[in-house]
Design a protein around this ligand. Structure first.
Ligand code: AHG
Ligand code: MN
Ligand code: MN
Length: 335
């Protein structure tokens, strides 16, 4: 029996009780990540009022101008999660290399992969942004962290989720037993269960893509967009276009309303022929979530969860959302 309004902590403990061998380490890990998200959320909420807006002047490993809030979110998560004793390593979108837990701290058996702030280009416009996370278990023996511990396919994830800093702050996560959403109740500082057992509609009426790149797509991708934009004489335009430009917000709407989000490969940047989104800290966690909700995520050929990462910042094309819409796109892409 579960009632709405239970705290995420109670929900985590229930999940833990379902796994008799669970040591509670995982619950401790997620609980601390929630504290970090609350700190980030507070900063996001007042970022319009402090000098934290704007750029640090740094350029990150992705070659993108780092906004102060990106750096702040990255630092909060690294700082809070380092001395927890549950992690052996972290991978952050904002850090070129694997972040090993300092030997002075007790190490644990989990790896945290995260995008500390997703949707950075929207920070100054007060548009929804978020934090995306993925949790893996260390696979190599002993204390030493090796690349195999972080370069794991998405089906190895033990948990995934995101925090969405929007009109309200939400947390959506899964540990493999269903997908649930929690909304932060500021008056008591707790995330309360608000979206129980989320399932994505089999088919939607919204497609989400940056149509500004139409000249950079190949003919198969163009055929996909024709499918969504060609009016059907009987039924009129079948789909609406919605694009926020924050992956976490576009995904959240797709999850709740149905439809499909796409970031196809494009010829815009020769360094990024496979598109812009990162496999380990963006696409794989969202692919786990959408699968739990009954949807699909593919790079156009392969289920995102089956892709073996070759390097921690690898980019992949992504088509993610309602099962029928993603299957239709895969059929068109096959030509
Ligand atoms: P991040 O801010 O973590 O770098 O992510 C930005 C990503 C993602 O949030 C969004 O879907 C995409 O950038 C938008 O890219 P375009 O501006 O090329 O459409
Ligand atoms: Mn991102
Ligand atoms: Mn980011």
């Amino acid at each position: 029996m579960s009632r709405s309004g239970i705290t995420v902590t109670e929900h985590l403990l229930r999940q833990q009780r379902l796994h008799p061998l669970a040591s509670g380490a995982f619950t401790v890990l997620l609980s601390e990540l929630i504290v970090a998200a609350k700190i980030i959320s507070k900063e996001v909420r007042k970022s319009g009022l402090t000098d934290i807006l704007g750029l640090t002047g740094d350029i990150n490993v992705q070659g993108e101008a780092v906004k102060k809030l990106d750096q702040f979110a990255h630092a909060v998560i690294v700082e809070r999660m380092s001395h927890l004793g549950q992690l052996c390593a972290m991978v952050s979108e904002e850090s070129a290399d694997i972040i090993e837990i300092p030997v002075k701290y007790k190490r644990g058996g989990y790896v945290l992969v995260f995008d500390p702030l997703d949707g950075s280009s929207n920070i100054d416009a007060n548009v929804n942004i978020g934090t995306i996370f993925s949790i893996l278990k260390k696979v190599s023996p002993g204390e030493q962290v090796v690349s195999a511990d972080v370069l794991q396919p998405g089906y190895n994830q033990v948990a995934a989720g995101y925090f969405l800093y929007g009109t309200s702050t939400m947390m959506v996560y899964t540990t493999g037993g269903g997908l649930n959403g929690f909304t932060l109740y500021p008056a008591i500082g707790e995330f309360l269960l608000s979206h129980e057992n989320i399932t994505i509609p089999e088919k939607g009426k919204i497609f989400s893509v940056n149509m500004g790149y139409a000249n950079y797509w190949d003919e198969n991708v163009t055929a996909v967009m024709d499918h969504f934009t060609q009016a059907d004489p009987e039924k009129g335009l079948p789909y609406s276009l919605r694009y926020i430009g924050s992956l976490v917000a576009d995904f959240h709407r797709t999850l709740l309303y149905g439809g499909i989000f796409m970031y196809p490969p494009d010829k815009k940047d020769p360094k990024k022929p496979r598109g812009k989104l990162r496999l380990t800290c963006e696409c794989a966690p969202l692919a786990m979530l959408v699968k739990e909700a009954g949807g699909l995520a593919t790079d156009g050929e392969t289920d995102i969860l089956n892709i073996e990462p070759e390097e921690i910042h690898q980019r992949v094309p992504i088509y993610i959302g309602s099962r029928e819409d993603v299957e239709t796109v895969m059929g068109i892409l096959k030509g």
